[in-house]
Design a binder for this molecule. Structure first.
Ligand code: NDP
Ligand code: 8X3
Length: 258
């Protein structure tokens, strides 16, 4: 059964990877979209394709989720021009660096904390009240297996994803008595631009992360998000952990040697 047709899905970080996968899949289900990221050119190209192929309405916004004033303006524009979103996919996020914490780079730390934690809060703070007003909606937070177990060099990234898992529970509790659902999707190794960003543009190092096994793709995670959103209104998936079949934890990963 298709329960997403005609809904308005807001996806942060829609210019690449999991967010782009969500935009494409929800578009194919007939949902209208609000797409957010910093790289506006990519969003515009996606809008053209999806509107042409699926006859849906796609609005795009160049937005840095770290910029609280800009997020506030975005929230006001949503309220003024568009009906409140039925679904908010809090996906924008990144890892930056993988060094030991005692040698950590302050810019990397700020980038991760400001995007993954404060950015998610900024967007939620200005979008969720629109849902509360109409007593309807669904927040889907993108966490990670990095929010369940810490791995060497993960330090601050791990801390941000533990925070996302805590905030997911907090949102769920704070919204008790409303019809607003809250879900956290926690992927394992997913081949997107994630590792290129983590290793500051080093493509070879990024490629090596996925050597010898079949990682998840942004489209795989989008399917899981679609499943959670498409469930009947009285069904709420609080937490969903998804890993490649070859991966059983950040530490246990089977690679076929060349
Ligand atoms: P990508 O790098 O492919 O996508 C990240 C997206 O986030 C891009 O669209 C990027 O757009 C956007 N983004 C980053 N910073 C900002 C910002 N300040 N403001 C607005 N948008 C921003 O990686 P993934 O698709 O893999 O990552 C998506 C989410 O999934 C992240 O939260 C990540 O932590 C999480 N995740 C990823 C896993 C993986 O293995 N890939 C596993 C578990 C979780 P732009 O640069 O245009 O702003
Ligand atoms: C991304 C997956 O295992 O690199 O969140 O932390 S992992």
């Amino acid at each position: 059964m298709n329960r997403v047709k005609g809904k308005r899905i807001l996806v942060t970080g829609a210019s690449s990877g999991i967010g782009e996968g969500c935009a494409k899949l929800f578009a194919s289900g007939g949902a209208d979209l609000v797409l957010v990221a910093r790289r506006e050119g990519r969003l515009r190209r996606l809008k053209e394709t999806l509107e042409r192929e699926h006859g849906i309405d796609v609005r795009v916004f160049q937005l840095d989720v770290r910029d609280r004033d800009a997020v506030e303006d975005f929230g006001r524009t949503l309220e003024r021009e568009i009906v409140a979103p039925d679904v908010l996919v809090n996906n924008a996020g990144l890892a930056s660096g993988m060094g030991k914490f005692f040698e950590g780079d302050f810019d990397d730390w700020d980038r991760m904390i400001d995007t993954n934690v404060k950015g998610l809060l900024n967007v939620s703070r200005y979008v969720v009240p629109l849902m509360v007003k109409q007593n309807r909606g669904h927040i889907v937070n993108i966490g990670s297996i990095a929010g369940h177990i810490v791995y060497p060099g993960g330090n601050v990234y791990n801390a941000t994803k533990y925070a996302v898992r805590a905030l997911n529970q907090a949102m769920s509790l704070d919204l008790v008595g409303t019809n607003i659902r809250v879900s956290c999707i926690d992927p394992g190794a997913t081949q997107t631009e994630f590792s290129v960003v983590r290793f500051h543009g080093d493509e070879e190092k990024a490629e090596d992360v996925y050597r010898g096994f079949k990682p998840l793709t942004g489209d795989d995670i989008a399917e899981a998000i679609y499943f959670v959103v498409n469930a009947p209104e009285h069904v709420n998936v609080l937490n969903l952990v998804i890993m490649p079949t070859a991966q059983r934890s950040p530490f246990v990963l089977h690679r076929e040697e060349d």
